[in-house]
Design a protein around this ligand. Structure first.
Ligand code: HEC
Ligand code: HEC
Length: 348
């Protein structure tokens, strides 16, 4: 029932998005495949701005364990990988990534190590850095968005070649094998979902998070880009982010349930907006803050810009850290067995 509900909403919202965006007459309006390419000459390619990195993830939230910001070469702040076992540099899956997958991603790095067009920074060199970034973003999971993303950025980003597709599939299968035992990555993400606190979630104040027009945008040409709720486009879970708060589609716990408790095919689709992994330890993914940093570099009429109010960032950080703490302390009210594995990895 939730499933069909979500699909329906997704359909409605997608229609709304297209409607909203096609209201613009300016042919430069929409970029990104989801924004309906308008096939003009595209003079904006150079817009990557030297900016790069821009450390984004302000709101800390790197779980209690400090260490974070190792980001020597710039890029997404990430924690040092585990010393041994899944995720460590000596793991077979990790080594397969370094030797076989990473070299195939250089076409992607053109944007994903620089932030070109508002691309999330997640493929910085060297290979180990990219690995940590992808893990922290919750992308090292079976059915990863890396595999499903397809061509994007108005076609400037190519779909995966079959060589890339099969190497990545092979790699993720190795990861799943390795991470099984203490817990498969999917299970860790599922378990952390059970640690999410609804009252922390409600304290975030999602309706205070709104889009903000760029100075070079005309608000009449992109109706959801000026002081709009994220729910204007994400109320049905569209584009991997489930945010119905403040909309007619919100029944009080819709977004929370869909993000952290969904079963079936939607399970784990949205949770990486909040949590990622470092091997088999859950970490903050900072996806919302990362997106804010990315869109700040995006050109006019790309994904609406937004600035996270401090109260909202604090609320998200508290929400995430409380869940990570509950996971570590085995105090989650989990439907499954949620919580860190009893003995094994224990962590530092
Ligand atoms: C021309 C620039 C460009 C290239 C090249 C590119 N991307 Fe992207 N990518 C983007 C932009 C911009 C976004 C954010 C907007 C979107 O999703 O369309 C993005 C988003 C993504 C996302 C979603 C990440 C998230 O959490 O939001 C994934 C996954 C991704 N790209 C994978 C790839 C892969 C794999 C390649 C190489 C085959 C690649 N990209 C090449 C520009 C690019
Ligand atoms: C006009 C419609 C629209 C609005 C309004 C909007 N988004 Fe998006 N969002 C999209 C589309 C389309 C994508 C996928 C392409 C991209 O990333 O640019 C996306 C992608 C994202 C992603 C990345 C999901 C992923 O994994 O690839 C995040 C995070 C996100 N949006 C957050 C927000 C937040 C936070 C707000 C409110 C401040 C917001 N969005 C408002 C249309 C919108």
């Amino acid at each position: 029932m939730h499933r069909s509900h979500a699909l329906l909403l997704a359909t409605i919202a997608a229609g709304a998005l297209i409607g909203a965006c096609s209201a613009g007459t300016d042919s430069t309006s929409l970029i990104g495949s989801k924004y309906v390419p308008t096939g003009n000459g595209d003079t904006t390619t150079g817009s990557s701005s030297g900016g790069s990195s821009s450390g984004s993830s302000s709101g800390g939230s790197s779980s209690g364990s400090s260490s974070s910001g190792s980001s020597s070469g710039g890029g997404l702040p990430t924690q040092a990988p585990p010393d041994a076992g899944p995720g460590s540099t000596t793991s077979q899956a990790h080594q397969y990534f370094d030797s076989t997958v990473y070299p195939l991603l250089n076409v992607c790095q053109a944007c994903h190590s620089t932030g070109t067009d508002g691309a999330p920074e997640m493929m910085d060199s060297p290979a180990d850095k990219t690995y940590s970034e992808l893990d922290a973003l919750g992308l090292i999971v079976t059915n990863s968005q890396i595999l499903s993303q397809g061509s994007h950025d108005t076609g400037k980003a190519p779909a995966l070649t079959s060589a890339q597709q099969s190497a990545i599939t092979q790699w993720l299968a190795l990861e799943a094998q390795e991470r099984v035992g203490t817990a498969a990555p999917v299970n860790v993400m599922d378990a952390i979902g059970a640690c999410a606190s609804k009252s922390d979630w409600d304290a975030i104040g999602w309706t205070n998070l709104r889009t903000q027009k760029r100075t070079d945008e005309n608000a009449n040409k992109c109706t959801a880009c000026d002081n709009s709720l994220c729910a204007s486009c994400h109320s049905g879970g569209d584009q991997g982010f489930f945010m119905a708060e403040g909309s007619a589609f919100d029944d009080g716990d819709t977004s929370f349930v869909q993000t952290f408790q969904a079963q079936g095919p939607d399970m784990l689709t949205y949770i990486n907006k909040f949590f990622g992994l470092n091997g088999t330890s859950p970490v903050a993914s900072n996806a919302i803050a990362n997106k804010a940093a990315a869109v700040a570099l995006g050109p006019a009429y790309s994904h609406p810009m937004f600035v996270i109010p401090p109260s909202v960032q604090t609320g998200i950080t508290t929400f995430v850290n409380d869940a990570l703490t509950a996971y570590t302390n085995h105090t989650c009210t989990a439907p499954t067995d949620g919580g860190a594995p009893p003995s094994d990895d224990a962590g530092p």
